[in-house]
Design a protein around this ligand. Structure first.
Ligand code: PEP
Ligand code: MG
Length: 746
């Protein structure tokens, strides 16, 4: 076998392009391509396997294997050598395929006689499309440059598949962006909507993966890279006054943009026949494949930076890829791999829904989506590769399901569901001014959670009795610097103005853990949820906490003010926070400024330890608010962000309820106001159980207030309490069934 030269590869790529340019149906072209590759690589076999669904590969064309096996032979991801190439996303090269781990004999293809096997993934920017395989009878190891050459060919095939060139209209194979697809993700925020796709960063389509003139392509790449380097340099010089950490991020960008290795690999790809943009994309695919595999957060971060730079470079080369100039469609549903809170806030309420490929339930984007009350589905894998701007989309935030380009029957069923929800909301609107009072006149105080000025109209519309939790993180998360005291004071004053006489419980900054401020040095902590967060940061870095407390006092003037400290794990933390607040109040008073006449200071109970704190702590708190999201994760030792364990334990587990009851009793004994403000407060079965146990104040998202009030008004909380107690006495692990049965008969 002669050495392959650059010109062999270029020659093959050109012929490949010619085949693709000729008329003929997809199958015909696939057949010609396999024969071309087999001939060029001097192998007896060349086969193309494409995904017909995310778990199954189908033999779509072959030179050398039995023709009858085409579109008949299928394998699962990970099955056989072909399946392993796809699963591992890496080439397999062996001179003795039958003795290779995972080899599977497929009689229908007649492949047992082929000893050597080289398979490479067909992928496009991390999107797995299929596997390209060459095989030969002689026991030969393919050389590195042959492996590399086949990867370059696979790259071109990936682009062609992308354009629908192979598969014509065969449903399910390839990615022709025309068929209905359903994505199963995770619920980030409940609600349902119908709309049109708006890609936050529309995909760049490489129309010509093969370069005509390598010199020309090298020049284009050089020019684009120098423009990119200038852009990064400009970002750095424009970052005067920026803190060190942010600057370091940009410096890393600069280092990567100047990376010789990156440039060399792209130059080599062009020499083998790729166009400049295809070379960038090939590198990006490799980066994404690596990103999937590395666990180290630092490396992940750098690979993401490189991915971002590749995107910028692609946009420079193609002039595509920004939404500038395009108009948001009616009822836009934003699709993105991930999005920052500031960008999401920029879109604001124009959006009907948001779907992300990444993200987490507690991510900033999720917090904003929750604040904006728009349905959010996260972990919808590959949706941005599959969707095109303007595609119709249905988002079911309750189930975490997204239907892209749905069939009419799916749309109709979905519309029925939305209509039913709207109908129910109308019924709840009638309850707005009525109390949440059970049949015996026991009243539960229903308040709402908020975090934005934009939330406040909900105070009136939902009939909430006040704001039980005002999360103050968003104003810190969405800026490139710490907000100024005056700025915050103005904002808090607007919140109080909008609330009129209704009380607002402001929670001081809860950052750290997953909520990392852009200007704060990320802490490399093994377990951030149990790390340096919330009040721990506030007490160690009192500057920001004091500034925030001053802003709250200035906003209130003489009005009543309620402040609570997050994540208190022992009384001394509460006392230190309280002392800081009182000091700031006295300082303001000493300066002759108005101060709140009624100041209530509370603690968030988010760690089990506080359930066992001394009585004096309960007596010292004006109020306690149970942060059930965190409390539950620490009670069951189950990370609220980890999909594997998040839903494993039931909030209505009797052990958890016994713990809650203990807090209720202790607060009653010390006459301390108690509320519950985690997400569970807005879930019907949970909320009613809490109320039956004696919790008289629940804070939830505004949309939940109507449904919960509706149930409370029909319920007999004393009777429900007995039902709950009976289930506990019977030794049931959870009271969910008992409560659900009761509610079903209301
Ligand atoms: C909670 O932990 O329940 C809570 C309300 O706080 P957050 O969700 O902001 O952590
Ligand atoms: Mg919390």
């Amino acid at each position: 076998m002669p050495e392959r030269s650059e010109s062999d590869s270029r020659h093959l790529l050109r012929r490949l392009r010619d085949v693709l340019a000729q008329p003929g149906d997809g199958q015909d072209r696939l057949d010609r391509i396999t024969s071309l590759i087999a001939h060029s690589m001097q192998t007896e076999v060349c086969s193309i396997y494409l995904f017909c669904d995310p778990e199954t590969l189908e033999l779509c064309a072959t030179e050398g294997l039995r023709a009858e096996a085409v579109h008949q032979t299928r394998m699962r991801l990970g099955e056989g050598l072909v399946g392993r190439v796809a699963r591992l996303n890496t080439p397999i090269n062996t001179h003795d395929a039958p003795s290779e781990k995972g080899f599977r004999y497929m009689a229908e293809t007649g492949e047992e006689i082929y000893s050597s096997f080289l398979g490479v993934p067909i992928q496009r920017v991390g999107e797995k499309l299929g596997v390209l395989v060459v095989q030969s009878k002689d026991a030969r190891d393919f050389k590195d440059d042959e492996v590399y050459g086949l990867e370059v060919v696979a790259m071109v095939l990936a682009e062609m598949t992308e354009l629908g060139a192979f598969v014509g209209d065969r449903e399910g194979i390839g990615h022709s962006h025309r068929f209905p697809v359903m994505f199963r993700g995770t619920c980030g925020q409940e609600g349902a909507c119908e709309g049109k796709v708006w890609l936050h960063e529309p995909r760049v389509v490489v129309t010509n993966p093969v370069g005509d003139d390598p010199e020309d392509e090298q020049r284009r790449l050089q020019e684009a890279v120098s423009t990119l380097q200038t852009q990064v340099n400009d970002m750095i010089s424009g970052a005067v006054g920026m803190d060190m950490d942010h600057r370091q991020v940009l410096e890393t960008y600069r280092m990567l943009a100047n990376s010789r290795g990156w440039m060399r690999r792209m130059t080599e790809d062009i020499a083998l026949g790729l166009s400049a943009e295809a070379a960038v994309e090939k590198e990006q695919s490799t980066t994404r494949a690596r990103l999937e595999k590395v666990a180290d957060p630092y490396l992940k971060g750098r690979l993401s930076d490189l991915d971002d730079l590749s995107n910028r470079l692609l946009r420079l080369l193609t002039g595509q890829g920004t939404n500038t100039g395009a108009e948001l469609p009616d009822n836009p549903v934003l699709l993105a791999r991930n999005i920052g809170p500031a960008e999401l806030l920029d879109y604001g309420r124009k959006l009907k829904g948001v779907v992300l490929e990444e993200g987490s339930v507690g991510s900033h984007a999720a917090i904003v989506a929750r604040a904006l009350a728009i349905p959010l589905v996260i972990h919808a894998k590959r949706i941005t590769s599959e969707a095109l701007n303007g595609d119709r989309v249905l988002v079911d935030g309750d189930q975490g399901v997204v239907h892209l380009r749905p069939e009419d029957n799916v749309t109709n069923a979905f519309r029925d569901k939305i209509a039913m929800q709207a109908e129910a909301q109308k019924r709840y609107a009638d309850l707005r001014d009525l109390p949440a009072e059970d049949v015996n006149g026991v009243t539960v105080n229903l308040t709402m959670n908020a975090g934005l000025i934009a939330d406040l109209p909900s105070l009136e519309n939902s009939g909430a009795a006040g704001v039980g939790l005002f999360r103050t993180e968003l104003q810190f998360l969405t800026r490139a610097h710490v907000p100024r005291r005056d700025e915050l004071a103005r904002l808090y004053a607007r919140v109080m103005d909008a609330a009129k006489d209704k009380p607002v419980k402001f929670r001081t900054l809860d950052i750290g853990s997953d909520k990392v401020l852009p200007y704060m040095k990320p802490q490399d902590e093994p377990n951030p949820a149990m790390g340096w967060r919330a009040i721990r940061v506030g007490l160690d870095k009192p500057g920001v906490l004091n500034m925030q407390l001053q802003a709250l006092i200035r906003a209130a003037k003489t009005r009543p003010l309620e402040v609570m400290f997050p994540f208190i794990a022992c009384p001394s933390e509460f006392y230190a926070g309280r002392d800081a607040l009182l000091r700031q109040r006295d300082r303001e008073a000493a300066l002759g400024r108005p101060v709140p006449e009624d100041l209530k200071i509370g603690a968030m109970l988010e760690t089990p330890s506080l359930g066992f704190a001394p009585d004096s702590f309960y007596q010292a708190c004006d109020f306690i608010s149970i942060g059930g999201n965190d409390l539950k994760q620490f009670f069951f030792a189950a990370d609220r962000e980890n999909e594997r364990v998040r839903k494993r334990y039931d909030t209505l587990d009797t052990s958890f309820l016994t713990f809650l009851e203990r807090i209720i009793v202790r607060c009653q004994a010390s006459d301390t106001q108690l509320s519950f403000c985690g997400e569970d407060a807005g879930r019907p079965v949970e909320a009613l159980t809490f109320a039956a146990l004696g919790l008289r104040s629940l804070s939830m998202r505004p949309a939940s207030i109507g449904p919960i009030k509706h149930l409370i008004r029909r319920a007999d909380l004393a009777e429900l309490r007995q039902i709950v107690q009976r289930a506990r006495n019977e030794g049931q692990q959870s009271v969910r069934n008992a409560v659900t049965t009761y509610l079903a008969h209301l």
